[in-house]
Design a protein around this ligand. Structure first.
Ligand SMILES: [Mg+2]
Length: 230
């Protein structure tokens, strides 16, 4: 096993607290529509998000259409009739985005982990499925912009995780062999399986686990286990 030279991260659910941000954003948004943001209302909202995002990820619908689809599927079950036209849906979704963006946050330890890895001389990458504009906005808004040597958003590079070509593109942009790179992500299927197929090492993080130690501790322990030669 070679010495690690680079660490590449997933964004949503790994460095960026997508669920926490989305939960706070959805709560504000639903309440603005007069819907009580109960656990079951939030579950309906996120079930629609997961289903529609997956339809976009697998190429069935456009990014804009998955946003409209989320409103069309989630709101009627919560007793709120969404607008019937695209313009009305887009404008309503803008309202959700404003609430969501106002709630954006990273997980504790994300920023100091990146700083620590940078100090130890690792090349740092980001590989995320999503729209270039939205993912880059998240980095700027949370102070993570400038933390990476390579930022690969699927929309720009043309490959989605778990396609191994997405990981190979990230390694290429980092200037390392895939086998010299540790990939850190929260999805076994999209992040870890894809990374391993591409020849990277993989570390699965789970922020919601009872025994979660935090991303900084988990990544530094993994690097030490690989033999930190720096
Ligand atoms: Mg993720």
């Amino acid at each position: 096993m070679g010495v690690l030279r680079a660490v590449c991260f997933d964004l949503d659910g790994t460095l960026f607290d997508h669920r926490g941000s989305a939960r706070a954003g959805a709560t504000r948004f639903l309440e603005s529509l007069g819907i009580a943001a109960t656990e079951s209302a939030l579950d309906s909202w996120f079930a629609a998000e997961d289903a529609q995002f997956e339809r976009w990820r697998s190429g069935q619908i456009s990014f804009q259409e998955q946003r409209r689809g989320r409103l069309r599927t989630a709101l009627p079950s919560l007793g709120c009739q969404p607008p019937s036209d695209g313009i009305g849906l887009d404008s309503l979704f803008d309202g959700y985005l404003a609430s969501y963006r106002a709630s954006w946050r990273v997980f504790p330890g994300s920023v100091s982990l990146l700083r620590e890895l940078r100090g130890r001389g690792y090349r740092l990458g980001l590989l995320t499925n999503g729209s270039e504009e939205q993912q880059l906005n998240k980095l700027t808004h949370t102070g993570l912009d400038g933390a990476f040597d390579a930022v690969c958003v699927s929309e720009r590079i043309g490959f989605q995780k778990p396609d191994e070509r997405a990981f190979l593109t990230a390694a290429h942009e980092l200037g390392v062999d895939a086998s010299d790179c540790l990939f850190v992500g929260d999805s076994a299927a999209h992040d870890i399986a894809g990374a391993r197929t591409a020849g990277m090492h993989g570390l699965l993080v789970n922020h919601s686990a009872e025994e979660a130690v935090g991303i900084k501790t988990a990544v530094l322990a993994c690097i030490t286990a690989h033999g930190d030669a720096r």
